[in-house]
Design a protein around this ligand. Structure first.
Ligand code: DX5
Ligand code: ZN
Length: 214
C-alpha cells in the first residue's frame, strides 16, 4: 500500500483550518497528529482539545501519534476527540498488550511506535495484535530532522516479521521523509509515509503529496 499521512506539526498553527482544508483537497490518505507531553519527548505540542477541533475540519482519518508516557490513561479521551488510528510508543508502556487491546476495544486501529534505537525483534509477542507499526526514522520530538538511514533495514526486518505473523499489519515511517527517500522506503516494505516539513515547507504541498505517493 502507498499511503501518505502529512504531519500537522509543521502546519501553520495560526491558520490550521485553511491548512486542513488544503489537505482535504489533496491526495493524502490520513492526517498525522503528533501529541507530545514534554516527558516522553523533550517537546510539548497539543492535547485532546486541539485534536477535537482538527476532527471537525478534516475529511480524512486522524492518525494520532501519542508521544506521551503511560498513554493507556488517555485512550478513551482520544477516541472521544476523534482519533481513528491511535499509536502508542513501545517504550512508554509497561503493559503494552493491555493498551493495544484497549485501543481496539474502543473501536480504533491500534499502532505501536518504535524509537530509532528500539529493535523490531521486540515486537515478536505483540505484532499479531497490531494494526500498524510506526518506525521512527528520527528521534521523536521535533519536525524537520534528518532521516536516519538505518531505518531501511528496520523496515525490511519488520516486513519479514509481518509476513510471518500478521500480513495485514501496516508499516508506517515517520521522520525526515521526503520525495527523495519515499521510493526506497516503499520498496523496503513501508505502507504509510508521514511527512511534515517536506509537505508544509514545500512550494506546492499538494504536488509534494502527489510526488510522495508515486
Ligand atoms: C516527530 C514527529 C513527526 C514529525 C515529522 O517526533 O513524530 O511526525 O512531525 O516531521 P518531519 O517530516 O518534518 O520530520
Ligand atoms: Zn509523528
Amino acid at each position: 500500500m502507498k499511503l501518505v499521512s502529512p504531519s500537522l506539526l509543521s502546519a501553520d498553527f495560526t491558520h490550521l483550518g485553511s491548512d486542513i482544508a488544503m489537505l482535504n483537497q489533496s491526495e493524502c490518505d490520513w492526517l498525522h497528529v503528533d501529541v507530545m507531553d514534554g516527558l516522553f519527548v523533550p517537546n510539548i505540542s497539543f492535547g485532546q482539545p486541539i485534536v477535537r477541533h482538527i476532527k471537525t475540519c478534516s475529511t480524512k482519518p486522524l492518525d494520532v501519534h501519542l508521544m506521551i508516557m503511560d498513554p493507556g490513561r488517555y485512550v478513551e479521551d482520544f477516541r472521544q476527540a476523534g482519533a481513528d488510528i491511535l499509536t502508542v510508543h513501545y517504550e512508554a508502556c509497561t503493559h503494552l498488550d493491555r493498551v493495544v487491546h484497549s485501543i481496539r476495544d474502543h473501536g480504533m486501529k491500534a499502532g505501536v511506535a518504535l524509537n530509532p534505537h528500539t529493535s523490531v525483534m521486540l515486537l515478536q509477542d505483540i505484532i499479531a495484535e497490531c494494526d500498524l507499526v510506526l518506525l521512527m526514522s528520527v528521534n521523536p520530538g521535533f519536525g524537520g530532522q534528518k532521516f536516519i538511514e538505518n531505518t531501511y533495514k528496520k523496515v525490511q526486518q519488520l516486513c519479514e516479521l509481518c509476513c510471518q505473523q500478521n500480513p495485514h499489519c501496516l508499516i508506517e515511517v515517520d521522520g525526515g521523509v521526503n520525495p527523495q527517500n519515499a521510493a526506497q522506503l516503499y520498496a523496503a516494505g513501508a505502507d504509510v509515509l508521514v511527512a511534515g516539513n517536506a509537505v508544509f515547507k514545500s512550494e506546492n504541498p499538494q504536488q509534494t503529496i502527489h510526488d510522495l505517493k508515486q
